[in-house]
Design a protein around this ligand. Structure first.
Ligand SMILES: Nc1nc2c(ncn2[C@@H]2O[C@H](COP(=O)(O)O[C@H]3[C@@H](O)[C@H](n4cnc5c(=O)[nH]c(N)nc54)O[C@@H]3COP(=O)(O)O)[C@@H](O)[C@H]2O)c(=O)[nH]1
Length: 730
C-alpha cells in the first residue's frame, strides 16, 4: 500500500487503490544478464595509484649524467691521444734533425768504433777508451737542449754507447723501436719515469720521448747504426694536460648548462605527464566506479552484485555457513513516479537505499539492480529466521513516512528470500528464485516477505509463457470485448456501456484483464492492443446504431501508457473516422494518476480530445493523487467514484463520508457523477440521495458479450420503456 498524507489541495486518503490494473503491479522486467566482467574486483573497490609511475626527470637525470660522463671521458682520452700523437710526431721530427746534426758532428768518431763493436763483449765495450771522448763530445753537442740521454746501437742491437754508462753493452736486438729504426723508419714512444738517469744527474717524475733513428752511411746510404735519443717533454705534457683540463672544463660547463636547460624542460614535461597520469588514473577509477555502482543511490550495481554473489557462494562453500538473497521491490513505485514526478521517484530510491543499508550488518551488502529493484546478500545466516528478521527490519524501516515533494508518503516494500549453501552455484537461478518469491509476496498483498518454494519457479515460467502468448494474441484475434451497462439513476435506462477487454486464450480459456494488462504494459503491447480496443468498441457502438438500436455512449478505458504516448488524439480521430461513430457517443475513461506528472500537458491532451467531441471521465476517482487544484481545470464530463468506496459505503462511515465528499465535489464542479461497483439496493438508495447521475455494477449487469448486450438493448427498445438491466446472473 502507498499512503499519501498530502497538503491542503489534495484529498487526504489512505485507502488501498482500486483494483484497476493500469497503475497496478507494473514493474520493469528483470533481465538476468551475466557477462564477462573485466577487472571487477578492482572496479568494485577503489583503484590504488600506480606505484610504477614513469618518472621522466629521474630517468633523464641518470641517463644524461651517465652520457655526459662518457662524453667527457671519451673526449678527454681522445684529446690526450691526439695531443700525444702530435707531440710524438713533432718531437720525432725535431729528434731527426737533432740526430742528423749530431751524426754530422761526431759520427766520424763513432763509425769505426761501431763497426768494430760486434767483436767486443759488454765489458770490453765499457772499457773502450773511445767511450769517454764520445761522451764528452755528446755532452758538448747536447748542451742546452732538452735531450737527457743518448744511446747508440750497432746493427746487432748491442748498446755500443749510452750517456748512462751502465747501459753500455746491453742487448736491445728485439726492441720494436730499434727494429723499426734499423729498417730505416724512425720510431718514437712516450714514457713516464719516476726516476731517470740523465747526463749528469738523476731526474724524477719525467715524461720522456724516446726516439729511435737510423744513421745512414753518407747520409742516404744503408743504415749503419741506430741512435736513441730521450728528450724531456715534461713541460710540454704539463702544458698539454693544462690545455686538456681547460677544454674538458669548458665542455663540462657547456654540457652542464645544456643539462640544466634540458632538465628544466624535462621536469616540466614530467610534471605534465605526472598530472595527466594522475588524471587518467582518476578517470579510470571514476569509470570503474561508475561501471560497478549506481549513480543515483551510490549502491553497488548489478555488475558488482554478480561478482559479490559468486564470492559469497564460494565463502559459503568453504565455511559451510549458508547465506541468503533478498530481492526487494517497492510497492507502487510507479504510482509515486506518475503522481509526484520523477524527482520524487529518484528521492524515494535514494531514501530506500539508505534505509536498507541501515538495516544491514557490516558483512551484508545491498545492491540496486534496476528501477525499484534492490538485492541484499546476507552471509552466514544460520537459520532462515535471520533472513526473515532482516526482511522485517527493512519493512519496518520503510514503514516510516517520508517526505517526497512536500507530501508525507509511506512506500512499502515486497521482499522475496532465497537461501544458498555451498552447493548452490547458479547465480542466475538464485536470482530467479528470489524474484519469484518477491512476486509471490506482491501477489499476496504487498508489504510482505516470502521465502522461495519450488512451486514458485513454475509461476515464473507461467508469467514468461503468458508474455510469449500475448505477443501472438492480437494477430491470432484472441482478444474480445465484453460490455457492462451503466444506467441512468433516475430512469434506470441503459445510457452507456463500458467496453472491457478479455483474452480468449487457446488453452487457458477466458482470461480477465487483471492477469494480462500489467504484462501488456510491461511489454509495450498496450498501445497496439489499446488501439484495437478503441476501434472495436467504436465499431460495435456504430453497429448497434446501424442495427436500429437507440444510440448509447460507449466508454473505453485508456491506460496511462496510451495517454502518454502522444498519439492518443490522432488514434481517437482515426477511430472515429474509421467507425463513423459520432464523437458524442464515445467516452474515454482516464485515471487521475495519469495527469499529475505533467498536469499542463495532460490538460492540453484532454482539451484536444474534447475538441474531437468525445466525453471524458475520471475513473477510479479517490484512489490516487486527487489534486483539487488541477481538477477544476480538467475539461472532463464525468467523475466515477472508485469501487472501493462504494462497496462498503452503507456499513463503513468513512467510505460513506468520502463518497459524500466526492459527490459534493462533482456537483460543485458541475460534473456528472457515476458510481461503479454497485451491487445492492442499499447502495443505490445512498447514491441516489447523493445525486449520483449514473450507476454501474453487478446489480445492473455484469460485463457480457456484444451479442448478449444487443439482446438486452433490443428488449428495452421494443418495450418502448426504460431499458431493463441485464440479468445479473449472466
Ligand atoms: N487500459 C485498459 N484497461 C482495461 C481494459 N479493460 C479492462 N480494463 C481494466 O482492467 C481492470 C479489471 O477489469 P475487469 O476484470 O473487466 O473488471 C471490471 C468489472 O468487471 C468490474 N466490476 C464492475 N462492476 C462490478 C461490481 O459490481 N463488483 C465487482 N466486484 N466488480 C465489478 O470492475 C472493472 C471495471 O472497472 P473500471 O474500469 O474502473 O470501471 C479494470 O481496472 C479495468 O479498467 C482495457 O481495454 N484497457
Amino acid at each position: 500500500m502507498i499512503a499519501y498524507l498530502c497538503a491542503p489541495h489534495a484529498l487526504v486518503l489512505q485507502k488501498e487503490a482500486s483494483h484497476r490494473l493500469r497503475p497496478k503491479v507494473s514493474r520493469p522486467r528483470t533481465r538476468y544478464v551475466i557477462g564477462r566482467l573485466h577487472s571487477q574486483r578492482a572496479a568494485a573497490h577503489p583503484a590504488s595509484t600506480s606505484p610504477l609511475m614513469f618518472r621522466l626527470s629521474r630517468y633523464y637525470s641518470i641517463a644524461s649524467l651517465v652520457g655526459i660522463s662518457i662524453v667527457v671521458v671519451v673526449l678527454s682520452w681522445f684529446y690526450r691521444q691526439l695531443a700525444i700523437e702530435t707531440l710524438l710526431a713533432h718531437q720525432t721530427r725535431s729528434n731527426v734533425d737533432l740526430t742528423r746534426s749530431y751524426a754530422n758532428a761526431i759520427w766520424h768518431r763513432f763509425d769505426a768504433f761501431v763497426s768494430a763493436s760486434g767483436e767486443w763483449s759488454a765489458e770490453d765495450l765499457r772499457r773502450r777508451p773511445e767511450v769517454a771522448s764520445l761522451h764528452a763530445a755528446t755532452l758538448a753537442q747536447m748542451h742546452g737542449m732538452n735531450v737527457v740521454k743518448v744511446k747508440v746501437y750497432n746493427l746487432s742491437g748491442t748498446t755500443v754507447y749510452s750517456s748512462e754508462a751502465g747501459q753500455i753493452g746491453e742487448d736491445k736486438h728485439d726492441n720494436p723501436g730499434f727494429l723499426s729504426a734499423r729498417a730505416g723508419k724512425p720510431a718514437s714512444e712516450i714514457v713516464f719515469r719516476d726516476q731517470f738517469y740523465a747526463f749528469e744527474e738523476v731526474i724524477a717524475d719525467r715524461n720522456l720521448i724516446a726516439t729511435y733513428l737510423p744513421i745512414h752511411e753518407h747520409g742516404n746510404g744503408p743504415v749503419k747504426a741506430v741512435f736513441e735519443v730521450y728528450t724531456d717533454v715534461t713541460p710540454l705534457v704539463a702544458k698539454m694536460e693544462a690545455t686538456q683540463t681547460k677544454i674538458i672544463t669548458g665542455v663540462v660547463l657547456a654540457l652542464a648548462l645544456l643539462y640544466l636547460f634540458l632538465f628544466l624542460i624535462v621536469r616540466r614535461a614530467d610534471q605534465i605527464i605526472t598530472r595527466q597520469d594522475r588524471e587518467r588514473q582518476d578517470n579510470e577509477q571514476r569509470i570503474r566506479h561508475q561501471a560497478f555502482h549506481d549513480s543515483l543511490t551510490g549502491l553497488p550495481n548489478r555488475n558488482s552484485f554478480l561478482e559479490h554473489i559468486s564470492e559469497a557462494i564460494d565463502r559459503s562453500k568453504r565455511s559451510g555457513n549458508p547465506g541468503a538473497l533478498l530481492f526487494l521491490d517497492l510497492d507502487r513505485f510507479k504510482l509515486v513516479n506518475d503522481s509526484l514526478g520523477h524527482d520524487a521517484g529518484d528521492q524515494l530510491l535514494r531514501i530506500t537505499a539508505s534505509r536498507i543499508q541501515k538495516c544491514l550488518r557490516e558483512t551484508d551488502m545491498a545492491f540496486r539492480m534496476s528501477g525499484d529493484e534492490f538485492v541484499v546478500i546476507l552471509e552466514s545466516v544460520d537459520k532462515g529466521e535471520h533472513a526473515a528478521l532482516a526482511a522485517q527490519r527493512v519493512m519496518q524501516e520503510m514503514a516510516v513516512p517520508m517526505s517526497l515533494s512536500g507530501c508525507e508518503v509511506i512506500v512499502n516494500v515486497s521482499i522475496g528470500i532465497t537461501t544458498f549453501a555451498g552447493d548452490s552455484a547458479d547465480v542466475q537461478a538464485l536470482l530467479k528464485e528470489a524474484d519469484s518469491a518477491m512476486y509471490r509476496a506482491k501477489q499476496v498483498g504487498q508489504n510482505h516477505y516470502e521465502f522461495h518454494t519450488p512451486d514458485m519457479n513454475s509461476a515464473a515460467h507461467e508469467r514468461l509463457s503468458m508474455e510469449t502468448d500475448l505477443q501472438r494474441a492480437l494477430q491470432n484475434q484472441e482478444f474480445v470485448l465484453h460490455y457492462q451497462p451503466k444506467i441512468d439513476t433516475a430512469t434506470k435506462a441503459i445510457v452507456s456501456v463500458e467496453a472491457l477487454l478479455r483474452w480468449n486464450h487457446p488453452t487457458r480459456g477466458l482470461v480477465l484483464p487483471n492477469t494480462f494488462i500489467p504484462l501488456l504494459e510491461d511489454t509495450g503491447l498496450i498501445n497496439p492492443v489499446g488501439e484495437w480496443v478503441l476501434l472495436q468498441a467504436a465499431c460495435q457502438a456504430q453497429a448497434w446504431i446501424d442495427a436500429g438500436l437507440e444510440p448509447i455512449r460507449m466508454s473505453v478505458n485508456i491506460s496511462a501508457k496510451q495517454f502518454r504516448s502522444h498519439i492518443l488524439v490522432e488514434t481517437v480521430r482515426r477511430t472515429l473516422g474509421a467507425s463513423q461513430l459520432e464523437s458524442r457517443y464515445l467516452e474515454l475513461e482516464l485515471t487521475e494518476s495519469m495527469f499529475i506528472e505533467n498536469a499542463e500537458r495532460s490538460i492540453q491532451i484532454m482539451q484536444e480530445l474534447k475538441c474531437l467531441g468525445v466525453s471524458l471521465s475520471i475513473d477510479d476517482f479517490g484512489s490516487g493523487y486527487s489534486s483539487l487544484a488541477y481538477l477544476k481545470q480538467f475539461p472532463v464530463d464525468y467523475l466515477k467514484i472508485d469501487r472501493s468506496f462504494v462497496t462498503d459505503l452503507v456499513s463503513n462511515k468513512k467510505d460513506a463520508a468520502i463518497a459524500v465528499a466526492i459527490a459534493a465535489l462533482a456537483h460543485s464542479l458541475d460534473l456528472k457523477l457515476v458510481a461503479e461497483g454497485v451491487e445492492d439496493q442499499a447502495q443505490v438508495e445512498f447514491l441516489e440521495k447523493q445525486g449520483c447521475h449514473e450507476l454501474q455494477g453487478y446489480l445492473f449487469g455484469r460485463p457480457v458479450s456484444a451479442e448478449e448486450l444487443e439482446q438486452v438493448l433490443r428488449q428495452a427498445d421494443r418495450g418502448q420503456e426504460a431499458r431493463r438491466p441485464v440479468d445479473t446472473a449472466a
